[in-house]
Design a protein around this ligand. Structure first.
Ligand SMILES: *[C@@H]1O[C@H](CO)[C@@H](O)[C@H](O)[C@H]1NC(C)=O
Ligand SMILES: *[C@@H]1O[C@H](CO)[C@@H](O)[C@H](O)[C@H]1NC(C)=O
Length: 241
């Protein structure tokens, strides 16, 4: 008789030990320990069943060849998918299926009366241009177009400085150069010359006064270009002279 049988006998049970080692163990366990072992066994069994089910079925991630997975491609793909509404049946309403997500992702608010794919692109581009114009100047020499552009942008958008300067640039720098203003008593009618004043405003300040110039195709000969002067009413409305 082996060691296990001897111990089994000493437990004084009349059950036939099928697996002597196991029975010897079980007989020495408490009820809670027994329950734990059964639970662990069942959980392991369920895991094994799941693993078998998933490995024999279709793989969940299909890695196809020749599919672009760069950040830009993934971004575009997610944008397109995000603008779809896949819960709509494409055979019933293809437009809603393909574009239904767009209205959901682009709610209108009290300040916006319309949003389109193009208007979104427009505003995104504006944002990009703003970032470029606000970035530090790389080529800062005297003739640098980059520096001029960024300086000009900064001068228009620095509202704190504009607020502090108030009318100073106009009153002290521009008015004296164009012959003064009768309201301030700085205008002298005997010395003021309209031609000179217009020249200054158009050429030095790049501002249209009374009329504006433009280069256009000659109406009589389309191979020629002519300089046209138009009455300047406002930016959107011009009357040709
Ligand atoms: C998709 O369409 C259904 C049915 O028209 C609608 O109830 C749901 O809100 C839409 N979901 C999105 C995300 O647009
Ligand atoms: C206007 O200019 C003339 C010519 O220079 C001068 O004689 C006259 O005193 C000036 N008038 C005023 C009010 O400054």
């Amino acid at each position: 008789m082996t060691e296990e049988y001897k111990q089994f006998d000493s437990a004084k049970t009349d059950k036939i030990p099928i697996v002597p080692g196991l029975v010897k163990h079980i007989s020495g366990l408490k009820f809670t320990e027994l329950i734990s072992i059964i639970v662990i066994f069942v959980v392991s069994l369920v895991c094994v069943v799941f693993v078998i089910l998933f490995t024999t079925g279709k793989p969940t991630v299909v890695v196809e060849e020749n599919v672009c997975v760069t950040a830009a491609c993934l971004k575009s793909a997610s944008y397109v998918v995000g603008n779809m509404n896949k819960s709509v049946d494409p055979c019933k309403n293809f437009y809603k299926y393909a574009c239904g997500g767009f209205t959901n992702n682009n709610r209108l608010d009290s300040e916006t009366y319309s949003k389109t794919v193009y208007s979104k692109l427009y505003y995104e581009n504006e944002e990009k241009l703003k970032n470029i114009l606000e970035s530090p100047v790389v080529n800062g020499n005297d003739h640098s177009a980059e520096r001029k552009l960024k300086d000009m942008f900064a001068s228009c958008t620095n509202s704190y400085l504009k607020e502090r300067a108030k009318g100073y640039p106009f009153l002290k720098k521009i008015l004296p150069n164009t012959g003064g203003w009768y309201v301030l008593g700085t205008w002298n009618s005997s010395t003021w010359n309209m031609q000179n004043a217009l020249e200054k405003v158009h050429m030095d300040y790049w501002t249209n006064a009374l009329f504006r110039f433009r280069v256009a195709t000659d109406w009589n000969d389309w191979k020629k270009r002519v300089i046209e002067a138009c009455i300047h009413v406002n930016v959107y409305q011009d009357f040709d002279l």
